[in-house]
Design a protein around this ligand. Structure first.
Ligand code: MSP
Length: 511
């Protein structure tokens, strides 16, 4: 089995600035990517921006800018978010880049070569906001798409992709590859949609210019979704870089929001089948966030700005909250009170306090050092029920991540934190100090070793806090991956500890 792991976010439309929804998709991918890196995989994590199409062109016109200038400026916001949220992509692709255009054109030519493209005329409904075609039967009200977006009637010459031809092949594929669409509930939704009958798909537009021109067809630009979906292979250097394609294609997972599942689980696989490329292993669809119980929308004016959130609460705090608050795959609700309460009751009171109290104890009563316990004690400690359970958890985490159960991994980490706090209360080192100093040192050692596990495991979620914890413990930078979560790599007795710094300060509620 290959050690390579390829994970992608959707590429974001640059007509809009980043918001909590777009930040969420990338964050989930970042956590998964960091997890796999720490678990020894060779990860390629891709994100980027979707820069063509009618929606972006309209926004550029509204801003009185040339489209290229407009997309250059707006793509920057997404790059800035990468910094702000401490995301770790290996590549950032923009669909206005030459490398992408070359790939998209080649992909078109391959579709054409295999006889899957024909010229016709599209007349039907189109939503610029969704950049999607809708059948009359799908509309939920007069000129309203199922997403709530307005639709308009368009009639124009268009190239078509013979999607209907792939209906049975797609159904067979879903049947055999039961984990292709996750969560399972979404899988049924897609299967029902395909069973309902697939229409051929319009894949070029003639009523505006901002897109990739169709080879030898000056009036047509490529439909923005066909253009956008190929980003997943253009970033691998398709068609030239066969080595990189070989190494990373098919992708392990495309993480997407539930609103864009159809494009990824129906259109994209059909395109790939048509050109003879393997299909991604999984399309993982997550849910949508509401704000204090309300649907998020620009017109309501309740869009949540991730930059402001990080300024107010801190990057690790926001990352933690977004991953902890909802089961990945389900819808979630942002509430300021819940965010503050998670920060205070979990990060500050549970994790922060455990580290602070333990390390302060070692400072005050053991000369800033890790207690000098012997091998026999370490052996016995690692054989104890707590450490046996911790080892199980470490194993368990890998399977949870494989199922995209990100919250499950956090639950596990918080379980260790809970055990640490209980152990501290039961052992009461402040009492032992007077009656049994040796036992006190053993208790402190045990707690420090538990904190080492916590620090290492927290890294994908709260990378800075994880780093701070491990720095305080004096853990070598080269020894912070999951491979070091074993008794062979315990925290070194008698080694120096750093002065503890606050990791998760409490947030005082402003009225
Ligand atoms: N450009 C397309 C994707 C092309 S991928 C080949 C696109 N872009 S987007 O910027 O509109 O949205 C990107 C992601 O943000 C989607 O996965 C979408 O689900 C997510 N979200 C947008 N609003 C959201 C919430 N309120 N909550 C959670 N995620 C949401 O679609």
């Amino acid at each position: 089995m290959s050690n390579n792991y390829y994970i992608t976010t959707p590429i974001y439309y640059v007509n809009d600035v980043p918001h909590i929804g777009t930040a969420y998709t990338t964050l989930a991918c970042d956590v998964i990517a960091r997890f796999h890196r720490l678990n020894g995989k060779n990860v390629l994590f891709l994100t980027g921006t979707d820069e063509h199409g009618q929606k972006v062109e309209k926004s550029a016109i509204k801003a009185s800018m040339e489209p290229q200038q407009f997309v250059d400026q707006n793509s920057m916001h997404f790059r800035n978010l990468v910094e702000k949220m401490n995301f770790s992509p290996d590549d950032f692709i923009r669909t206005s880049e030459v490398r992408h255009k070359i790939a998209a054109i080649k992909f078109w030519q391959e579709l054409e070569k295999n006889g899957d493209i024909y010229l016709g005329k599209y007349s039907g409904w189109y939503s610029v906001r969704d950049e999607a075609f809708y059948a009359e039967s799908e509309l939920i009200a007069d000129k309203v798409a199922p997403t709530g977006a307005p639709v308009e009637w368009i009639e124009e010459p268009s190239y078509f992709f013979a999607l209907s031809k792939w209906q049975d092949k797609l159904l067979e594929f879903y049947e055999v590859n039961t984990n292709f669409i996750l969560p399972i509930s979404r899988r049924n939704e897609v299967i029902n949609f395909v069973k309902g009958g697939l229409q051929d798909l319009s894949i070029s537009r003639t009523s505006f210019n901002w897109g990739i021109p169709i080879p030898e067809e000056e009036n047509h630009v490529m439909y923005v979704w066909l253009d956008a979906l190929t980003n997943y292979i253009s970033a691998l250097g398709y068609p030239e870089d066969t080595e990189k394609m070989q190494a990373f294609w098919p992708a392990n997972v495309h993480v997407v929001g539930k609103d864009i599942l159809r494009f990824h689980a129906v259109y994209w696989p059909a395109f790939l089948m048509a050109v003879g490329l393997p299909l991604p292993k999984c399309i993982m669809a997550h849910g949508w966030w509401t704000n204090e119980g309300q649907k998020i929308s620009k017109s309501i004016g309740n869009v949540i700005d991730p930059f402001g959130l990080v300024d107010d609460f801190g990057v690790d705090q926001v990352r933690y909250f977004l991953m902890r608050e909802v089961i990945f795959g389900n819808d979630g609700n942002y509430s300021r009170d819940n965010l503050i309460s998670r920060i205070n009751s979990e990060l500050a009171n549970k994790i922060g306090n455990l580290v602070q109290r333990t390390v302060s104890f070692a400072h005050n009563y053991n000369e800033q050092k890790v207690p000098n316990v012997d091998d026999q004690f370490i052996e016995q400690m690692h054989g104890s029920t707590i450490f046996q359970n911790i080892s199980k958890i470490v194993q368990d985490n890998a399977s949870l991540i494989a199922e995209y159960n990100i919250g499950g991994v956090l639950n596990n980490i918080m379980w260790i934190v809970g055990e640490g706090n209980d152990y501290m209360e039961k052992q009461a080192p402040w009492k032992l100090r007077k009656v049994d100093p040796e036992k006190m040192l053993e208790a402190i050692y045990t707690l420090l070793e538990m904190i080492r596990y916590i620090g290492i495991l927290l890294q994908p979620f709260t990378p800075r806090a994880g780093e701070k914890i491990l720095d305080i413990l004096g853990i070598d930078k080269a020894k912070r991956s999951f491979a070091f979560l074993s008794k062979e790599h315990v925290i070194k007795p008698d080694s120096k500890l750093q002065t503890p710094v606050p990791i998760f300060p409490r947030i005082e509620q402003k009225v």
